[in-house]
Design a protein around this ligand. Sequence first.
Ligand SMILES: C[S@@+](CC[C@H](N)C(=O)[O-])C[C@H]1O[C@@H](n2cnc3c(N)ncnc32)[C@H](O)[C@@H]1O
Length: 223
Amino acid sequence: MKKTNDKTKSDYIPALRFHWLTSFYDSVLRWTMRESTFKNQLIKQVQSYPGQRILDLGCGTGTLTVQLKQSYPESEVTGLDIDPDVLRMAEAKAAQRHLSIKFDQGNSYELPYPDHSFDRVVTSLMFHHLTTTNKLQTLKEIFRVLKPEGELHIADWGKAKNGIMRIAYYSIQILDGFSTTTDNVKGLLPGFALKAGFNTMNETKQYATLYGSLSLYKAKKCS
Ligand SMILES: C[S@@+](CC[C@H](N)C(=O)[O-])C[C@H]1O[C@@H](n2cnc3c(N)ncnc32)[C@H](O)[C@@H]1O
Protein backbone atom coordinates (compact mmCIF):
# COMPACT_ATOMS: atom_id res chain seq x y z
CA MET A 1 0.00 0.00 0.00
CA LYS A 2 1.47 3.34 -1.05
CA LYS A 3 0.76 6.07 1.51
CA THR A 4 0.42 9.66 0.39
CA ASN A 5 -1.79 11.13 3.05
CA ASP A 6 -1.46 12.18 6.65
CA LYS A 7 -5.12 12.66 7.56
CA THR A 8 -5.95 11.43 11.05
CA LYS A 9 -8.84 9.08 11.73
CA SER A 10 -11.13 11.97 12.69
CA ASP A 11 -10.67 13.80 9.34
CA TYR A 12 -12.94 11.49 7.34
CA ILE A 13 -16.04 9.33 7.69
CA PRO A 14 -15.12 5.63 7.64
CA ALA A 15 -17.07 3.00 5.66
CA LEU A 16 -19.76 2.47 8.36
CA ARG A 17 -19.27 5.77 10.20
CA PHE A 18 -17.34 4.29 13.15
CA HIS A 19 -14.02 2.49 12.82
CA TRP A 20 -15.19 -0.28 15.13
CA LEU A 21 -17.99 -1.12 12.66
CA THR A 22 -15.69 -1.52 9.63
CA SER A 23 -15.41 -5.30 9.98
CA PHE A 24 -19.21 -5.57 9.51
CA TYR A 25 -19.23 -3.43 6.35
CA ASP A 26 -19.11 -6.21 3.76
CA SER A 27 -21.94 -8.19 5.40
CA VAL A 28 -24.18 -5.12 5.76
CA LEU A 29 -23.70 -4.22 2.12
CA ARG A 30 -24.16 -7.76 0.81
CA TRP A 31 -27.34 -8.52 2.77
CA THR A 32 -29.13 -5.18 2.91
CA MET A 33 -28.10 -3.08 -0.09
CA ARG A 34 -28.65 -5.05 -3.33
CA GLU A 35 -24.86 -4.73 -3.61
CA SER A 36 -24.26 -7.23 -6.40
CA THR A 37 -27.14 -5.78 -8.49
CA PHE A 38 -25.93 -2.19 -8.50
CA LYS A 39 -22.19 -2.96 -8.60
CA ASN A 40 -22.62 -5.37 -11.54
CA GLN A 41 -24.56 -2.68 -13.40
CA LEU A 42 -21.88 -0.08 -12.59
CA ILE A 43 -19.17 -2.43 -13.90
CA LYS A 44 -21.15 -3.03 -17.09
CA GLN A 45 -21.51 0.73 -17.53
CA VAL A 46 -17.71 1.24 -17.21
CA GLN A 47 -16.94 -0.67 -20.45
CA SER A 48 -13.18 -0.61 -20.15
CA TYR A 49 -10.92 -1.72 -23.00
CA PRO A 50 -7.62 -3.64 -22.75
CA GLY A 51 -4.73 -1.42 -21.72
CA GLN A 52 -6.92 1.20 -20.06
CA ARG A 53 -6.29 2.49 -16.55
CA ILE A 54 -9.17 2.42 -14.03
CA LEU A 55 -9.24 4.14 -10.64
CA ASP A 56 -11.70 2.95 -7.96
CA LEU A 57 -11.95 6.03 -5.77
CA GLY A 58 -12.89 5.47 -2.12
CA CYS A 59 -12.50 1.76 -2.77
CA GLY A 60 -13.18 0.72 0.84
CA THR A 61 -12.76 -3.01 1.41
CA GLY A 62 -12.11 -3.51 -2.31
CA THR A 63 -15.18 -5.54 -3.37
CA LEU A 64 -15.78 -3.37 -6.45
CA THR A 65 -12.03 -3.02 -7.16
CA VAL A 66 -11.68 -6.80 -7.27
CA GLN A 67 -14.77 -7.17 -9.48
CA LEU A 68 -13.45 -4.51 -11.86
CA LYS A 69 -10.16 -6.40 -12.25
CA GLN A 70 -12.00 -9.70 -12.74
CA SER A 71 -14.29 -8.12 -15.35
CA TYR A 72 -11.54 -6.20 -17.13
CA PRO A 73 -8.37 -8.32 -16.60
CA GLU A 74 -6.50 -6.49 -19.36
CA SER A 75 -7.02 -3.12 -17.70
CA GLU A 76 -4.77 -1.73 -14.99
CA VAL A 77 -6.85 -1.27 -11.83
CA THR A 78 -5.94 0.96 -8.89
CA GLY A 79 -7.93 1.39 -5.66
CA LEU A 80 -7.55 4.48 -3.50
CA ASP A 81 -8.97 5.09 -0.04
CA ILE A 82 -8.14 7.42 2.81
CA ASP A 83 -8.52 4.73 5.49
CA PRO A 84 -5.53 2.40 5.95
CA ASP A 85 -7.67 -0.20 7.77
CA VAL A 86 -10.05 -0.81 4.83
CA LEU A 87 -7.10 -0.82 2.44
CA ARG A 88 -5.56 -3.72 4.35
CA MET A 89 -8.84 -5.64 3.90
CA ALA A 90 -8.90 -4.73 0.20
CA GLU A 91 -5.32 -5.89 -0.28
CA ALA A 92 -6.10 -9.22 1.40
CA LYS A 93 -9.16 -9.70 -0.86
CA ALA A 94 -7.09 -9.11 -4.00
CA ALA A 95 -4.23 -11.33 -2.77
CA GLN A 96 -6.64 -14.23 -2.01
CA ARG A 97 -7.78 -14.09 -5.63
CA HIS A 98 -4.23 -13.66 -7.00
CA LEU A 99 -5.20 -10.39 -8.64
CA SER A 100 -2.68 -7.70 -9.43
CA ILE A 101 -4.26 -4.48 -8.13
CA LYS A 102 -2.41 -1.43 -6.83
CA PHE A 103 -3.83 0.10 -3.65
CA ASP A 104 -2.94 3.63 -2.59
CA GLN A 105 -3.81 5.51 0.55
CA GLY A 106 -4.82 9.05 -0.35
CA ASN A 107 -7.44 11.73 -0.27
CA SER A 108 -10.10 12.10 -2.95
CA TYR A 109 -9.77 15.89 -3.01
CA GLU A 110 -5.95 15.89 -3.28
CA LEU A 111 -5.33 12.96 -5.59
CA PRO A 112 -1.72 11.74 -5.69
CA TYR A 113 -1.67 11.29 -9.47
CA PRO A 114 -0.49 13.44 -12.38
CA ASP A 115 -2.94 15.00 -14.86
CA HIS A 116 -4.43 12.60 -17.47
CA SER A 117 -3.59 9.41 -15.54
CA PHE A 118 -6.82 7.39 -15.95
CA ASP A 119 -9.29 6.35 -18.65
CA ARG A 120 -12.03 5.58 -16.11
CA VAL A 121 -12.70 6.78 -12.58
CA VAL A 122 -15.27 4.67 -10.76
CA THR A 123 -16.58 5.52 -7.32
CA SER A 124 -19.20 3.84 -5.20
CA LEU A 125 -20.79 5.20 -2.02
CA MET A 126 -18.00 7.66 -1.29
CA PHE A 127 -19.48 11.04 -2.27
CA HIS A 128 -22.00 11.09 0.57
CA HIS A 129 -19.03 10.98 2.98
CA LEU A 130 -17.75 14.36 1.74
CA THR A 131 -18.75 17.94 2.57
CA THR A 132 -20.05 20.09 -0.30
CA THR A 133 -16.66 21.80 -0.70
CA ASN A 134 -14.87 18.47 -0.75
CA LYS A 135 -17.36 16.98 -3.22
CA LEU A 136 -16.63 19.83 -5.62
CA GLN A 137 -12.88 19.60 -5.10
CA THR A 138 -13.01 15.81 -5.57
CA LEU A 139 -14.88 16.23 -8.88
CA LYS A 140 -12.26 18.77 -10.00
CA GLU A 141 -9.52 16.31 -9.08
CA ILE A 142 -11.27 13.51 -10.99
CA PHE A 143 -11.57 15.81 -14.01
CA ARG A 144 -7.85 16.60 -13.73
CA VAL A 145 -6.64 12.98 -13.51
CA LEU A 146 -8.94 11.75 -16.30
CA LYS A 147 -7.51 11.59 -19.82
CA PRO A 148 -9.40 13.47 -22.55
CA GLU A 149 -12.49 11.36 -23.43
CA GLY A 150 -12.10 9.63 -20.06
CA GLU A 151 -15.23 8.75 -18.09
CA LEU A 152 -16.48 9.06 -14.54
CA HIS A 153 -18.92 6.44 -13.23
CA ILE A 154 -20.59 6.98 -9.86
CA ALA A 155 -22.90 4.91 -7.68
CA ASP A 156 -24.21 6.88 -4.71
CA TRP A 157 -27.34 8.08 -2.97
CA GLY A 158 -29.42 10.21 -5.31
CA LYS A 159 -32.60 12.25 -5.35
CA ALA A 160 -35.34 10.32 -3.54
CA LYS A 161 -37.83 8.90 -6.03
CA ASN A 162 -40.80 9.13 -3.65
CA GLY A 163 -41.74 9.87 -0.04
CA ILE A 164 -40.96 6.36 1.16
CA MET A 165 -37.46 6.53 -0.29
CA ARG A 166 -36.98 9.96 1.32
CA ILE A 167 -37.96 8.62 4.73
CA ALA A 168 -35.75 5.53 4.26
CA TYR A 169 -32.77 7.81 3.55
CA TYR A 170 -32.97 9.33 7.05
CA SER A 171 -31.27 6.11 8.24
CA ILE A 172 -28.17 7.04 6.18
CA GLN A 173 -28.37 10.67 7.30
CA ILE A 174 -28.55 9.72 10.96
CA LEU A 175 -25.62 7.30 10.54
CA ASP A 176 -23.30 9.40 8.34
CA GLY A 177 -24.46 12.90 9.30
CA PHE A 178 -26.71 15.46 7.59
CA SER A 179 -23.92 17.82 6.49
CA THR A 180 -22.43 15.40 3.95
CA THR A 181 -25.54 13.47 2.89
CA THR A 182 -28.05 16.26 2.08
CA ASP A 183 -26.51 17.25 -1.30
CA ASN A 184 -27.11 13.70 -2.51
CA VAL A 185 -30.81 13.50 -1.68
CA LYS A 186 -31.36 16.95 -3.19
CA GLY A 187 -29.94 15.55 -6.46
CA LEU A 188 -27.06 18.05 -6.55
CA LEU A 189 -24.23 15.76 -7.74
CA PRO A 190 -24.80 16.31 -11.51
CA GLY A 191 -24.71 20.11 -11.03
CA PHE A 192 -21.46 19.84 -9.05
CA ALA A 193 -19.95 17.80 -11.91
CA LEU A 194 -20.76 20.62 -14.36
CA LYS A 195 -19.03 23.10 -12.04
CA ALA A 196 -15.96 20.83 -12.02
CA GLY A 197 -15.65 20.92 -15.83
CA PHE A 198 -17.76 18.02 -17.10
CA ASN A 199 -20.22 18.92 -19.88
CA THR A 200 -22.96 16.66 -18.58
CA MET A 201 -23.51 14.05 -15.92
CA ASN A 202 -26.47 11.76 -16.57
CA GLU A 203 -28.31 9.56 -14.14
CA THR A 204 -28.27 6.17 -15.88
CA LYS A 205 -30.14 4.03 -13.35
CA GLN A 206 -31.93 4.29 -10.03
CA TYR A 207 -32.52 1.57 -7.42
CA ALA A 208 -34.94 1.48 -4.52
CA THR A 209 -33.09 0.15 -1.46
CA LEU A 210 -33.83 -0.26 2.24
CA TYR A 211 -31.95 3.00 2.85
CA GLY A 212 -33.30 5.13 0.01
CA SER A 213 -32.78 5.77 -3.70
CA LEU A 214 -29.39 4.80 -5.06
CA SER A 215 -28.37 6.36 -8.39
CA LEU A 216 -25.78 5.51 -11.02
CA TYR A 217 -24.29 8.42 -12.96
CA LYS A 218 -22.01 8.77 -15.96
CA ALA A 219 -19.96 11.77 -17.08
CA LYS A 220 -17.37 12.19 -19.82
CA LYS A 221 -14.38 14.52 -20.04
CA CYS A 222 -14.82 15.97 -23.52
CA SER A 223 -11.63 17.02 -25.27
C1 LIG B 1 -19.31 3.59 2.30
S1 LIG B 1 -17.64 3.27 1.91
C2 LIG B 1 -17.72 2.71 0.23
C3 LIG B 1 -16.65 1.69 -0.07
C4 LIG B 1 -16.72 1.05 -1.44
N1 LIG B 1 -16.48 2.00 -2.50
C5 LIG B 1 -18.04 0.36 -1.65
O1 LIG B 1 -18.78 0.71 -2.56
O2 LIG B 1 -18.32 -0.58 -0.90
C6 LIG B 1 -16.95 4.90 1.71
C7 LIG B 1 -15.43 4.88 1.62
O3 LIG B 1 -14.98 6.19 1.29
C8 LIG B 1 -13.76 6.40 2.00
N2 LIG B 1 -13.50 7.83 2.07
C9 LIG B 1 -14.15 8.76 2.84
N3 LIG B 1 -13.62 9.98 2.64
C10 LIG B 1 -12.61 9.82 1.73
C11 LIG B 1 -11.68 10.71 1.11
N4 LIG B 1 -11.68 12.02 1.39
N5 LIG B 1 -10.79 10.21 0.23
C12 LIG B 1 -10.78 8.88 -0.06
N6 LIG B 1 -11.62 7.98 0.50
C13 LIG B 1 -12.54 8.45 1.38
C14 LIG B 1 -13.99 5.73 3.35
O4 LIG B 1 -12.77 5.47 3.99
C15 LIG B 1 -14.74 4.48 2.93
O5 LIG B 1 -13.89 3.40 2.72
